[in-house]
Design a binder for this molecule. Sequence first.
Ligand code: ADP
Ligand code: MG
Length: 143
Amino acid sequence: MNERMETNNPEATEALGEKLGREARAGQIYCLSGDLGVGKTVFTKGFAKGLGITEHVTSPTFAIVNEYEGRLPLYHFDVYRISCEEEMEDTGYEEYFYGDGVCIVEWGLMIEELLPDDCIFIEITKNTEKGFDYRRVSIKEGR
Ligand code: ADP
Ligand code: MG
């Protein structure tokens, strides 16, 4: 998997997330990167739908990780506030990363050294020249 896509509105980013959520397999870890407000949580909401999760998905900024039950369990991290490895260890992340669900890590590159090599890297970027709602989404499997 090494793809580049473009979306022109939030619905398209959500739909892309939903498609990937439908195809997701147990044990996968998705590292989401991109500036604040680029659409990482929008993508995750779609991904959760694709996993058959009906519960409302919100950004886990304060909780660090939220758990949802779907076709597979989804562990939704937002590590923006993590400032050291010890804080990450306190979340018990290894149980999630090496468990039987799927992990999505918003701001995942902030804990890059803790991510396994076979992680799926998704980067969302804006390009204001192409419009306010334009996003480029790159997906790369492995380092
Ligand atoms: P992040 O989690 O990356 O900080 P959010 O997903 O919370 O960002 O917010 C993204 C914001 O950008 C939302 O308000 C959404 O409506 C808006 N938006 C505009 N265009 C897009 C797009 N193409 N894809 C995703 N979100 C978009
Ligand atoms: Mg977010």
